[in-house]
Each structure stands twice: as structure tokens, then as C-alpha cells.
Design a protein around this ligand. Structure first.
Ligand SMILES: C[S@@+](CC[C@H](N)C(=O)[O-])C[C@H]1O[C@@H](n2cnc3c(N)ncnc32)[C@H](O)[C@@H]1O
Length: 318
């Protein structure tokens, strides 16, 4: 069982036991966390790789990266290497190569952390009143308010459909365009009110603005583009391994992705199936790993988590 006793209660990681089982951390291991968040998974892994391992923490969000580094530092004995990298996970291989780091374990726990969604200033949730921002990387330029107030209507429709699977995309986009002409839409509550007023019919099981918020967040942060880019750089590294070339992944490295909705899970599934078909990986999970009843009872965010895992290299035949 994963030991969660030291972790920030604000962010208990999802699928803790399953991640340990999937990555099989061992002393001296090299762990690359593409999405460090508050360091929950990394702190768990850190206890297994001592003495002598390496932990690389990556995140777009400087505050999260600092929290993760501080938590993980407490779980290490002193002889290990801890490296924090701020940036998009698709750029991580460049740093790993420059540092001469070769990963035994790679984890990408996609999406946002509780520290981000629960901060009204980040504008990620309709549960709080705040500026319509939604940037995970606070140094990036485009906010959700900019998209909502400047994109042509057909672009808004596309975002709502493609990234939110919102069936009322046309109605919502048309209402947004009408409303922004009256006064620019700059807050989460106004956006939520406009969406609510645009969507017809009886009460839905989820808040009417859920899909609009998801869609805008994905667009602002180019989440699917970054995911595709990460899958691509992993695929390139796997291809090099297959040719016997040295790269930032070690043969036998375990690679795990945790997705929270089908738009994230689909490309992961597709990429892993392609790698398996090309004999670049083995031991792939056939079905995604999901939370146990016990976890579901204590961590509501785990409800939609789906983890897929594979092992780098073709494996031993027979
Ligand atoms: C679900 S949280 C990770 C939680 C972490 N596993 C833990 O146990 O605390 C996702 C994190 O990924 C970061 N993130 C999202 N997209 C990213 C990207 N393209 N590159 C780097 N970090 C990203 C977010 O800022 C957030 O901190």
C-alpha cells in the first residue's frame, strides 16, 4: 500500500497504489514526473527509490513546482538527485538529454491540480467568482477572457464542440457573442450565467457550464496539442531504443498516463496501441486501470481517472 501520511491533504494523488504497482520503483531508480502538481505521486515514489535515485519534477506552474520540490525533498535521504523543471512536458526530453538523465519511470497525471482549480484567481471553476483566466502557465499570453471576447463565433463553436463535446455549442457561442457586444465577458460567474441562460430545458445532472469551462481550459492551455507532442517525443525515444540507440528512456522503462476524460484518454490509448503494434513497448494495460471502491469513497476526483501503462522495449519473445 502507498504511504500517504505525509502528503498535503489538499492533493492526495489519484490511484496511489496502482501507480506504485505500475511503475515498480526500486532503490536507485530514475523517476520523471511530467506533471509534478503538488508532488503527491513523486513523494510516494521518492520513498522507494532511495538510496541513490533521481527524481525529475516538471510542471508548467511555478507554484506547484515549488510545492512539489519541497514535499519530495522531505522524502529523500540526501544522496539522491532532485531536479525541478518548469515548462511544458513536451520539452522535457531536451532537459533530460542535456542532464544525461535516462528514465526508468515516466508518469503524466494529466489536467490540473486542486491548488489551481480551487484558487478563484485562476478562473478555472464556475464554483468561484474570479477573473476569466484559466492559464496553468501564468506566463503564457492568452487567457480565456481573450478567447471568449475576441474569437469569431464559428471558432467558439469549434472549441465548445471539440474540447467540451458540448451539444449546445451553437447556442452558447451565439449567446456569448451577443453578450460580449454589450459588455466584455471577464469573470467566471458572468460566463456561467450566460451559458446557463443559453442552455434550454430541464436541470442537468452536471452544471450547464461544466463543458464550456472544460473546453476553454483545454483551448487556453493547448492541452491536447501538448499531450500529442508528449506522446510524439516518447514515440521517438522508443523508436531510438528499438534501434539500440541511447536516449532519455531506458529499455524496460515504465510509462504511465492518467487521463480524466475521453479527449485525453483516446490519444493515449491510440499511441500505446501504435507503439505495441510496432513492437516498441510490451506489457500494455488492455483496459485502463481505474480507482477502487475504497478510493472512490475518499477521493471524488478519482472517479474519472483512467491509467494506461506500458513498458519500453519489445520484451522477451515467447
Ligand atoms: C493532476 S495535476 C498532477 C498532480 C500530481 N500527480 C500530484 O500527485 O500532486 C496536473 C499538473 O500538471 C500540470 N500540467 C498540465 N499540463 C502540463 C503541461 N503541458 N506541461 C507541464 N505540466 C502540465 C498542471 O499545472 C498540474 O500541476
Amino acid at each position: 500500500m502507498a504511504d500517504l501520511s505525509d502528503l498535503n491533504p489538499a492533493h492526495i494523488p489519484v490511484l496511489p497504489d496502482e501507480v506504485i504497482e505500475a511503475l515498480q520503483p526500486a532503490p536507485g531508480g530514475v523517476y520523471v514526473d511530467c506533471t509534478a502538481g503538488l508532488g503527491g505521486h513523486a513523494a510516494m515514489i521518492a520513498r522507494h527509490i532511495t538510496p541513490g535515485g533521481v527524481i525529475v519534477l516538471n510542471d508548467l506552474d511555478q507554484n506547484n513546482l515549488e510545492s512539489a520540490k519541497s514535499l519530495v525533498g522531505k522524502s529523500l535521504g540526501g544522496g539522491e538527485k532532485l531536479l525541478g523543471v518548469r515548462g511544458n512536458f513536451s520539452d522535457l526530453p531536451r532537459t533530460l538529454k542535456a542532464e544525461g538523465i535516462r528514465a526508468d519511470m515516466v508518469l503524466a497525471d494529466l489536467g490540473f491540480a486542486s491548488s489551481q482549480v480551487d484558487d478563484p484567481e485562476r478562473g478555472l471553476s464556475f464554483r468561484f467568482s474570479g477573473p476569466l483566466d484559466m492559464r496553468l502557465d501564468r506566463d503564457s499570453v492568452v487567457t480565456a477572457a481573450e478567447l471568449v471576447n475576441t474569437l469569431p463565433e464559428h471558432e467558439l463553436v469549434r472549441i465548445l464542440r471539440d474540447f467540451g463535446e458540448e451539444k449546445h455549442a451553437r447556442r452558447i457561442a451565439s449567446k456569448l457573442v451577443a453578450e460580449r457586444e454589450v459588455v466584455p465577458i471577464t469573470t467566471t460567474d458572468r460566463l456561467a450565467d450566460i451559458v446557463r441562460s443559453a442552455v434550454p430545458g430541464p436541470r442537468r445532472s452536471i452544471h450547464p457550464a461544466t463543458k464550456t469551462f472544460q473546453a476553454l481550459r483545454i483551448a487556453v492551455n493547448d492541452e491536447l496539442g501538448s499531450l500529442e507532442a508528449l506522446l510524439r517525443v516518447i514515440g521517438i525515444a522508443l523508436g531510438k531504443l528499438a534501434k539500440g540507440e541511447q536516449t532519455w528512456l531506458r529499455p524496460g522503462a515504465r510509462i504511465a498516463f492518467i487521463a480524466f476524460h475521453s479527449l485525453e484518454d483516446r490519444p493515449v490509448k491510440r499511441a500505446m496501441s501504435g507503439w505495441a503494434a510496432d513492437a516498441l513497448v510490451h506489457n500494455c494495460t488492455r483496459k485502463p486501470i481505474e480507482a477502487s471502491e475504497g478510493e472512490l469513497a475518499t477521493n471524488p476526483r478519482s472517479r474519472s481517472a483512467k491509467m494506461r501503462v506500458c513498458t519500453a522495449g519489445a520484451g522477451t519473445p515467447g
